[in-house]
Design a protein. Structure first.
Length: 324
């Protein structure tokens, strides 16, 4: 199958980069970045001859990941976010220079501004309370401004059939893998019908006041630079209550000990209605199922990431009294 755009780092060339950037590019070098954090995408840093650096993002060349992206239109959604919604949001976001997408295969490319990190944002270690406070400021802006964008025709609702179908598959196929990877960590979930709980939760959250939500707020989807905390990886965004983002943020940006100490303070100061917070905690289990299924099984980091995601979510659900 021929494509008019590069579908992997090895296919990057001077001609395409010149067209994407609107100026001549004769020489460049690439190196992988992200350290295995991307489960659906692969990132490379492109260093140009003039010293400028940009990021090229591609689909991860794994069949399960491509199939999931094709079912739900994840990559096309992220590209449309940058083109149509990002200019309407007063958020710190990397500039998108160029993009291309093939719906028949789910291959894509995005060329983005490079924001140099000053601190690693890692979902295994978390980002600590100070950076979480900064992140909540960005989320507050998103949740305020996003209320005016929920009627955008192509933006998926929480219960859109594409989203429900894709996440149902993630749960059904990912739960056995999650059990195998995590062992006794997930024993508290064995009395729960995960699919039934998922459908009930999504239906309930859809009845609440809606705004634009990112849908996957965790350190691996953040950049901490001199500009502050920047939210990236918008392929899972859609409409939902603010609580959806905040619950997952509390579980995954903070360790369990940090969440228990700071959770009340942070939630009390958040300037939006957080109805549905306790129910939204369950979505971390859906993410854990998806990670176990879509992640690169050859990456030794994957097992630890899945275990941490599950443990923090189960602890938060237990603390909230929703683990039944």
């Amino acid at each position: 199958m021929g494509f008019t755009f590069p579908t992997c780092p090895d296919e990057l060339n001077s001609e395409w980069l010149s067209s994407a950037l609107g100026r001549s590019v004769k020489n460049f070098e690439t190196r992988p970045i992200g350290g295995g954090k991307g489960n659906l995408g692969d990132l490379v840093l492109v260093s140009l001859e003039n010293g400028e650096q940009v990021v090229a993002k591609f689909a991860a060349n794994r069949q399960e990941a491509l199939s999931a992206a094709k079912r739900s239109g994840l990559f096309e959604r992220e590209i449309k976010f940058y083109h149509e919604l990002a200019p309407k949001l007063d958020l710190r976001l990397p500039k998108l220079f160029a993009s291309a997408y093939d719906p028949s295969s789910a291959y894509f490319v995005m060329l983005l501004e490079y924001l140099e990190p000053i601190k690693e944002s890692d979902s295994i270690s978390g980002i600590g309370v100070d950076y979480t406070r900064q992140l909540l400021v960005e989320l507050s802006k998103l949740h305020t401004q996003g209320k005016d964008l929920v009627e955008t025709p192509w933006v998926q609702t929480m219960i859109s059939q594409h989203r429900i179908n894709n996440l149902t598959i993630m749960i059904e196929k990912g739960w056995p893998v999650l059990q195998e990877m995590c062992g006794e960590i997930v024993d508290p979930l064995k009395e729960i019908n995960l699919l039934e709980r998922f459908l009930e939760t999504m239906s309930y959250l859809n009845t609440l006041d809606q705004t634009i939500v990112h849908g996957d707020i965790k350190p691996d989807n953040l950049i901490i630079s001199n500009q502050g905390v920047t939210i990236i990886d918008w392929q899972g965004f859609g409409t939902g209550p603010p609580a959806w983002d905040i619950a997952y943020c509390m579980c995954q940006c903070l360790t369990t000990e940090e969440r228990r100490f700071y959770e009340s303070e942070l939630l009390d100061s958040y300037p939006h209605d957080l109805v549905g917070y306790k129910e939204s905690l369950f979505f971390g289990i859906v993410i854990a199922c998806a990670l176990s299924l879509l992640g690169n099984s050859d990456d030794p980091r994957l097992g630890k990431l899945v275990g941490i995601t599950a443990e923090r979510t189960i602890s938060a659900m237990s603390d909230a009294g929703t683990l039944n």
